[in-house]
Design a protein around this ligand. Structure first.
Ligand code: FAD
Ligand code: NAD
Length: 466
């Protein structure tokens, strides 16, 4: 039986990053992954393939709608070859997952393909092509999550689908009904909307992306309406039925009226649930909470002291970079270091176009916590860079402490905000004030100037270009 300092169960961004950090710190490491490819949800059926399709569909939309304005003429019709688009996406996924194989080898990490389950607190069964048992002083559980389902919607993986199937459709839906106006619904909805599908979003809450700042929801809703999305907020879905190739979704609106939507595909994306099936956590004394998440303390230690858990399977934002931070954190804890994660500064991004990005507290959170704050906002359309690229939608909003001017939250929507948000994270990590940002030179013409202008607006209401 092989023995390791650390065994990691699950090879998503949490698992593989923690394995690398443990190896860097001199530990002997095994990683167990039940699928044939490494990288978990993110690389195989999440972040990477969704962004590949968002990029391809964005190019198509530009070619159809915007090239002519730029003086670029394409003789003949611009067409989508969906098979080729999907093949390119798959090759991006394959290159990325192969990259993890390389990183495991480079760091001398033993990779086991099979389902890992606890025999006890220091032994794991690996059930794959052959069965084996390994011993580990410490185990890091990084088994991730799976799509949450609705009790009345049977996912047939054909017409009633989750994000996994939506990433590999063989045809462009005529009418895609999306249950859940959160991140997955809007990103994948935009992919198929750009390709010509009619897209209807049915959202339970009174706004799309309801966990983000209200201002962002409002602006994205406005832009999506321009893009001819049909958005139905405050709608409680009560049934999803398929008959032959038609899916009927029934919902109740806030007046109590029954509304039905008919389409050829229905994407159910109402969140994700922690995944612990087959792990046999009880055999190691590892406890779950009432939401099925693995219970951890501030050191991400489970109820069994030599076993840790990270990523989507524990509480907190279900984001790849959050899982990665936790992977590094746990490795350093095991090595006896004193790492720190500031969960308030984990940015959230929606990769639609315009992109939506945020870090820190929303206005609603500040109001609920009784924090006195000031707000500075600057519209993207006032930037020369935005006019040059015709990306006029959106704004940057900076929330700063009314007394100290410390930045408490940054919320933005517009072109390239997924990248722009990094400036806000750095600023807040160093506890910058809005005035600090307003006094820094921002290259012209760039979208980053909106951050400086919003900081000026927050400091003394003295934005320059508006
Ligand atoms: P996972 O990535 O889920 O990996 C867990 C791994 O554990 C899996 O490979 C699973 O097979 C394996 N496993 C489970 N049980 C066992 C077992 N018993 N034995 C062996 N192996 C096991 N996040 C972002 O930050 N940015 C994005 O753009 C983004 N886009 C997304 C798009 C989609 C469509 C989806 C679905 C998710 C997206 N996410 C995104 C979320 C992101 O994918 C997750 O937050 C992230 O993958 C969580 O990482 P993890 O390591 O905790 O778990
Ligand atoms: P989500 O939590 O982002 O959105 C789910 C939406 O469904 C919410 O708006 C919720 O109010 C709504 N909803 C819940 N029950 C409903 C019902 N019965 N009827 C109608 N609406 C209902 O979840 P998701 O979009 O499924 O994504 C899952 C996870 O994956 C998220 O936690 C997200 O962090 C992660 N993810 C991240 C990215 C990214 O970072 N860009 C992209 C995709 C997924």
């Amino acid at each position: 039986m092989k023995s390791y300092d650390v065994a990691v169960v699950g090879s998503g961004p949490g698992g593989y990053v923690s394995a690398i950090r443990c190896a860097q710190l001199g530990m002997s490491v095994a990683i167990i992954e039940k699928y044939n490819t490494m990288g978990g949800t993110c690389l195989n059926v999440g972040c990477i393939p969704s962004k590949a399709l968002l990029d391809s569909s964005h190019h198509y939309e530009d070619a159809v709608k915007h090239f002519e304005t730029h003086g670029i003429e394409i003789p003949g019709e611009v067409k989508i070859n969906l098979e080729k688009m999907m093949a390119r996406k798959q090759s991006v996924v394959d290159q990325t997952t192969a990259g993890i194989d390389f990183l495991m080898k480079k760091n001398n990490i033993d990779v086991y393909h099979g389902t890992g389950s606890f025999k006890d607190a220091t032994h794991l069964n690996i059930q794959g092509d052959s069965n084996q048992v390994i011993e580990a002083k410490h185990t890091i559980i990084a088994t991730g999550s799976k799509p949450t389902t609705l009790p009345f919607a049977t996912i047939d993986k054909d017409r009633i689908i989750t994000s996994t199937e939506a990433l590999k459709l063989k045809e462009i839906p005529k009418h895609l009904i999306i249950i859940g106006g959160g991140v997955i619904g809007l990103e994948l909805g935009q992919v198929y909307r750009r390709m010509g599908a009619e897209v209807t979003v049915v959202e339970y809450m009174d706004r799309i992306i309801p966990t983000m700042d209200k201002g962002l929801s409002k602006e994205l809703n406005k832009v999506f309406k321009k893009q001819k999305f049909k958005i139905n907020t405050s709608h409680k879905v009560t049934s999803v039925k398929r008959f032959e190739d038609t899916v009927t979704v029934t919902a109740e609106n806030k007046k109590g009226e029954v509304v039905t939507f008919e389409g050829d595909y229905c994407l159910v994306c109402v969140g994700r649930s922690p995944y612990t099936e087959g792990l046999n956590a009880e055999a190691a004394g590892v406890k779950l909470n009432e939401r099925g998440q693995i219970k951890v303390n501030a050191h991400l230690q489970t109820s069994t002291s030599n076993i840790y858990a990270i990523g989507d399977v524990i509480q907190g934002a279900m984001l790849a970079h959050k899982a990665e931070e936790e992977g590094v954190f746990v490795a350093e804890i095991i090595a006896g270091q004193k790492p720190h994660i500031n969960y308030n500064l984990i940015p959230g991004v929606v990769y639609t176009w315009p992109e939506v990005a945020a870090v820190g507290q929303t206005e609603e959170q500040l109001q609920n916590n009784g924090v006195a704050y000031k707000s500075g906002q600057f519209p993207m359309r006032a930037l020369g860079r935005s006019r040059a690229s015709m990306d006029l939608d959106g704004f940057v909003k900076i929330l700063a402490d009314a007394k100290t001017d410390e930045i408490l939250g940054v919320h933005m929507i517009g072109a390239r905000c997924a990248d722009l948000i990094a400036e806000a994270v750095v600023a807040m990590e160093y506890r910058a004030s809005a005035e600090d940002i307003s006094r820094m030179s921002h290259a012209h013409p760039t979208f980053t100037e909106a951050i400086k202008e919003a900081a000026l607006a927050a400091t003394e209401d003295r934005a320059l270009h508006i």
